[in-house]
Design a binder for this molecule. Structure first.
Ligand SMILES: O=C(O)[C@H]1O[C@H](OP(=O)(O)OP(=O)(O)OC[C@H]2O[C@@H](n3ccc(=O)[nH]c3=O)[C@H](O)[C@@H]2O)[C@H](O)[C@@H](O)[C@@H]1O
Length: 446
């Protein structure tokens, strides 16, 4: 009885397959027992039963070792492969001014930065395939809307998890991706105290699973991935430069991003994978993440609900180097364009490959009260502010990027002020969610 219970837990979405075989085998043995009573025949059938049980057990262990829960995944098949190939094919000829198009696997493609980057790549003629697990960290309907937008531009997004090694291997089998833009992650600084294991699942285990697939792929892709400004942690030298220490994380989120930098370094060192880590600084904009302050402040202000504004020690305001999505997209695409090749084949390094890290910030920090004041102006509604001392929840008092390195090597040059970017965000927010009261006034105002 207990065995069956455990199985139900193991195969929650496929109760039929394995159990049917087993109960089928048991029923069959009963019938056989009645029909063939002679000892010799019984012995033969007993042997057959043992063989069947052995086959079943080896199938089960295979299922276990290859992450059985993915056996039911809705991917695979000729039609699916055709969709993947079509989506991955660059649409600009190799002799075009920009050169041959890239073929990019974007993880977290239904996420905020992932959707914007996928769209930008597609628009300039690169091939893009997305993968996203559509988890419910925030409203999955927003992720699905982003996927629909991508679909309307010919970008196919696979519904799957980067921890599914079989799926990743299949994708690399079907398409020789030139690049991977790895943006799938468990984001959010403060949520790490609520659900620490989700950070390990996505940012550590998921990253390793992806790197394993990349190192085995032939050709190996170049990897550009999202690290975070949070790796600077308690570093108090400003502006934050790539040369500063990053061994003082203030949150588990930051620690997993820092670990990601070390893990990618290992794969670069052992397998010759070309790696570029981008330290994003509080990225915001249209189609953004509802868990971020600017987003839910907007919602609460419009709904007349209070917002909590954290303040640092000695009444010092918190500040962030808020960076507009379009600037980050330009930096990310430049990172893909300048990424040198991976050098390994057959899982073996054939020579040194590039390992790079860049800050992608705005270089002009803004305090949280100023962020609120800008939103109040955009929304023409006064916020109900509730100012509290910053709780010990992983937040750092300020961030400020030095972007010299990205400017030199990527030509990165952010051009959007927080005022301008928030205007665009609010315009999108109102058009996406609709807001009956005074929508027209807002439209004219923006
Ligand atoms: O730069 C980064 O690397 C990180 O930027 C953001 O993290 P964070 O800067 O904390 O962004 P928000 O959660 O939007 O918070 C912005 C500011 O508002 C403050 N805040 C947040 C929430 C709140 O209720 N009240 C409040 O004052 C925070 O303390 C922080 O100073 C993202 O959420 C992370 O995923 C990302 O990695």
């Amino acid at each position: 009885m207990r065995v069956v219970d455990e199985e139900e837990e193991l195969y929650p979405s496929t109760p039929g397959k394995v159990k049917v075989e087993r109960s089928g085998a048991a029923a069959m043995s009963g019938q056989l027992h009645r029909c063939f009573a002679s000892t010799g025949t019984m012995f033969l059938w007993a042997l057959l039963l043992v063989a069947m049980t052995a086959t079943y057990l080896s199938f089960r262990s295979l299922a276990d070792t290859s992450s059985s829960r993915y056996f039911t995944a809705s991917w695979g098949g000729l039609h699916w492969e055709r969709q993947i190939r079509a989506s991955a094919s660059p649409r600009r000829p190799p002799w075009s001014a920009e050169g041959a198009g890239l073929s990019v696997l974007v993880t977290g493609a239904a996420g905020f930065v992932g959707a914007h980057c996928s769209l930008a790549l597609r628009k300039r003629g690169d091939g893009v395939v997305g993968i996203d697990n559509f988890n419910s960290y925030y409203d999955p309907s927003l992720k699905k809307a982003r996927r629909a937008l991508l679909g309307s531009h010919g970008v196919f997004v696979v519904d799957g998890d980067i921890n599914d090694g079989r799926l990743l291997a299949k994708l690399f089998d079907v398409v020789p991706f030139t690049h991977v833009l790895h943006l799938a992650a468990q984001a959010g600084v403060r949520y790490a105290m609520e659900n620490p294991s989700s950070y390990v699942h996505s940012n550590i285990a998921g990253l390793v699973s992806l790197l394993e697939a990349c190192k085995d792929a032939d050709p190996q892709p170049a990897i550009v991935w999202a690290s975070s400004s949070s790796v600077y942690g308690l570093n108090d030298l400003v502006p934050f430069s790539e040369a500063h220490r990053t061994d003082l994380p203030a949150s588990l989120y930051a620690a997993t991003k820092k670990a990601g930098e070390e893990i990618t370094h290992t794969y670069n060192h052992i397998y010759g994978l070309s790696v570029t880590g981008l330290r994003f600084f509080t990225v915001y904009g249209p189609w953004g993440r509802p868990d971020m302050a600017y987003f839910f402040f907007t919602r609460n202000i419009l709904q007349g609900k209070p917002i909590t504004v954290y303040r640092g020690r000695d009444h010092v305001d918190l500040a962030r180097d808020f960076t507009y999505i379009d600037d980050v997209v330009r930096g990310s695409l430049a990172a893909l364009d300048t990424a040198g090749r991976s050098t390994g084949t057959g899982g073996k390094k054939r020579g040194p490959a590039p390992y790079r890290i860049f800050n992608l910030g705005n270089t002009s920090p803004v305090t949280v009260p100023t962020l609120v004041a800008i939103l109040e102006r955009c929304l023409m509604v006064k916020a109900k502010k509730h100012v509290v001392e910053m709780p010990g929840n992983g937040d750092v008092p300020f961030t400020h990027a030095n972007i010299s390195l990205a400017r030199e090597e990527l030509g990165y040059k952010p051009t959007t002020s927080l005022e301008m970017g928030l205007k665009k965000f609010v315009r999108w927010y109102l058009s996406y969610y609709g807001y009956n009261r005074g929508t027209h006034a807002f439209r004219n105002h923006l």
